[in-house]
Design a protein around this ligand. Structure first.
Ligand SMILES: Cc1cc2nc3c(=O)[nH]c(=O)nc-3n(C[C@H](O)[C@H](O)[C@H](O)COP(=O)(O)OP(=O)(O)OC[C@H]3O[C@@H](n4cnc5c(N)ncnc54)[C@H](O)[C@@H]3O)c2cc1C
Length: 298
């Protein structure tokens, strides 16, 4: 779990994700105990001026910032309480016969190959591997510094600090290889933020991690026969500008659960129905995530 912050440290949890957590009795712990509410976007221009855009000015609904690591712990702890659930780490799927339900795993600790059989394989590994200073800001918003081709975003943490992400094309990132070029870039484009973070802290944190690529995936169908299905980012990885990737993955699970109930766990009926009901939605949310970049950030 120590490296589980993964692609971002915090995630924005919205209605569709909450619905799925509610179905498994985890909504309250995630939202009330560990969630930090965000009532809207706070846009920061180059001169430090602020503009707040509320998510719901009528009913006051908000989204919640939740630590990715904390969420992973809550979900894993809950899963482990089911006696039939066995959690395996450090086992990489290297091959699969999706029609026969056969899989080959590489044990990353021992280097040994392990075979496994299943009636149903649900692939949720990333990107289709299987088949193809604490600063004084309002902690009630998702903060955004839109600068056209690139931007900074920041989500509140449980301890009232914030975690920021810089989104930029590689040709911009390639120019930020030294502390001097980094500080010059922030002085020009994010002067207010630089004051809040502090030069030393920015340099230290920025060079701690390698930049990661953003990917958007649309595919169809999401199933193979009656033995294999992909869900989550494996099926519909999207750019993070709509903050819906995790939420949509949770919704996949909710739909799958409903279909299991409806078709009495008959995978031959459930899997094609899942593709039929879910592919258009998956493609639409990938498009919406991309459009939201144009709408909110440019
Ligand atoms: C910067 C950023 C910010 C984001 N912010 C938000 C947000 O605010 N709200 C939101 O809803 N979404 C957000 N997302 C999207 C969200 O992170 C993803 O949608 C979500 O993590 C997908 O979950 P997943 O379980 O489908 O896939 P992943 O989280 O990618 O998990 C896949 C797992 O599969 C494992 N794996 C990979 N290959 C193999 C293999 N061959 N064998 C075995 N295991 C394997 C990986 O190690 C990993 O543990 C953001 C994404 C990014 C990049």
């Amino acid at each position: 779990m120590e490296n589980s912050s993964g692609q971002s440290i915090n995630l924005a949890l919205s209605f569709r994700g909450r619905e799925a957590l509610r179905a498994v009795g985890l909504e309250d712990i995630v939202v009330k105990q560990y969630g930090t509410s965000m009532r809207g976007r706070m846009l920061h221009d180059k001169n430090g001026n602020l503009k707040e855009v509320l998510y719901d000015s009528v009913k006051g609904n908000c989204i919640y910032s939740i630590s990715r690591r904390r969420l992973n712990i809550i979900l894993l702890d809950a899963a482990e309480k089911y006696p039939k659930v066995q959690v395996n780490f450090n086992k990489k799927l290297v091959d699969a016969d999706l029609e026969k339900g056969k899989m080959k795993f590489l044990n990353m600790k021992t280097g040994a190959m392990e075979n496994a059989d299943a009636d149903l394989i649900i692939g949720a590994d990333e990107f289709l591997d299987l088949i193809c200073k604490k600063f004084a800001m309002n902690g009630k918003n998702l903060h955004i510094w839109p600068r056209g081709e690139f931007m900074m975003t920041s989500l509140p943490n449980e301890d009232h600090t914030f975690t920021g992400n810089l989104f930029a094309p590689f040709h911009v990132l390639e120019k930020l290889k030294t502390p001097v070029t980094l500080l010059r870039f922030y002085t020009e484009h994010f002067p207010d933020l630089l004051r809040l973070i502090g030069e030393q802290s920015l340099v230290q944190q920025f060079f701690e991690k390698e930049p990661q690529t953003l990917i958007s995936i649309k595919c169809e169908p999401y199933h193979v026969g009656k033995t294999a299905l992909i869900i989550g980012d494996a099926a519909h990885a999207m750019v993070p500008f709509y903050a819906q990737g995790m939420n949509t993955g949770f919704e996949d699970v909710l739909l799958l659960d409903e279909l299991m109930e409806c078709y009495n766990s008959d995978f031959a009926k459930i899997l094609p129905k899942f593709s039929e009901l879910r592919c258009d939605d998956g493609h639409a949310i990938c498009d919406l995530a991309m459009y939201n970049y144009l709408e909110v950030y440019l």
